[in-house]
Design a protein around this ligand. Structure first.
Ligand SMILES: Cc1cc2nc3c(=O)[nH]c(=O)nc-3n(C[C@H](O)[C@H](O)[C@H](O)COP(=O)(O)O)c2cc1C
Length: 237
């Protein structure tokens, strides 16, 4: 299992330390590649604290937010939300690999504090920084969060016993972040073929599907998913 996937967890409290220049450069290079491949216009924002400063938007939930990834693009492009999930998580894991702490944020921030083209939509942001201490308030808030992860076997159905590659993919899926920790994306294994679905009833469900698909691919160590709700996994890259 990839160490980054194994040890990642959402970090909402950051230290005041700013990101090092070398680190920012690497992230920006990775964003260029992701944007070229996806057609998105994802941006690195060195100081996005304004999106978290308004009373009520995030009070008590986050601390010392500064750098972030603005996950945006044209929402009319096919599989927009799912791909935001896939490519956003790709960037998140890249940042974790550089030693940063991260957190997806889909709801509790001020989208209007950023300027972007009218035809674009900001689906979510990913916070980037060095881990800090949330203090007592943080501990209290964290104790109220649903943090328990389902076992991978609860997130797949089909022909058992599952082969090793399916188990490895699913173990990585089980460690993926998901909005409100709902862990909704569900996998199916029939006649040697894996498909991934999600009951799409909430704005972040398809984002979660994209994240889960990426984790499956990384867990297996090769292959790709056909985009879409119910898309098949193909073992070739
Ligand atoms: C698409 C998406 C949106 C999220 N939005 C928020 C958010 O608005 N606020 C927040 O505090 N956490 C948010 N999270 C983080 C989840 O709450 C977190 O991933 C989940 O509780 C599981 O915990 P873990 O990431 O530590 O494994 C979001 C996660 C995802 C994947």
């Amino acid at each position: 299992m990839d160490e980054t996937i194994l040890h990642r967890k959402s970090q909402r409290y950051f230290s005041k330390e700013e990101l090092q220049e070398d680190c920012i450069r690497k992230i920006q290079e990775e964003i260029l590649e992701v944007n070229a491949e996806s057609g998105f216009t994802i941006e690195f924002v060195e100081d996005g604290s304004r999106a978290f400063s308004r009373f009520g938007k995030s009070y008590g939930l986050f601390k010392n937010v500064r750098s972030l990834l603005l996950l945006k693009g044209n929402p009319g492009q096919p599989h927009f939300r799912e791909k935001i999930g896939y490519y956003g998580e790709k960037l998140l894991l890249f940042a974790e690999g550089l030693g940063l702490s991260t957190c997806w944020v889909g709801g509790t921030f001020d989208r209007e504090s950023f300027s972007y083209a009218e035809e674009e939509h900001v689906q979510a942001v990913i916070l980037l920084g060095y881990a800090g201490d949330g203090g007592l308030r943080g501990k209290l808030f964290h104790s109220l969060l649903p943090t328990k992860k389902k076992d991978w076997t609860a997130r797949i159905e089909g022909d058992r016993a599952y082969p090793k590659w399916v188990k490895e993919g699913m173990e990585a899926v089980a460690l993926a972040p998901s909005a409100l920790n709902k862990q909704k994306p569900f996998f199916h294994y029939h006649n040697g073929i894996v498909t991934a679905t999600v009951e799409n009833s909430y704005e972040m469900d398809l984002v979660d599907l994209g994240i889960a698909k990426l984790h499956f691919v990384l867990g297996v160590g090769c292959g790709h998913f056909v985009p879409g709700n119910g898309g098949e996994f193909a073992p070739e890259d």
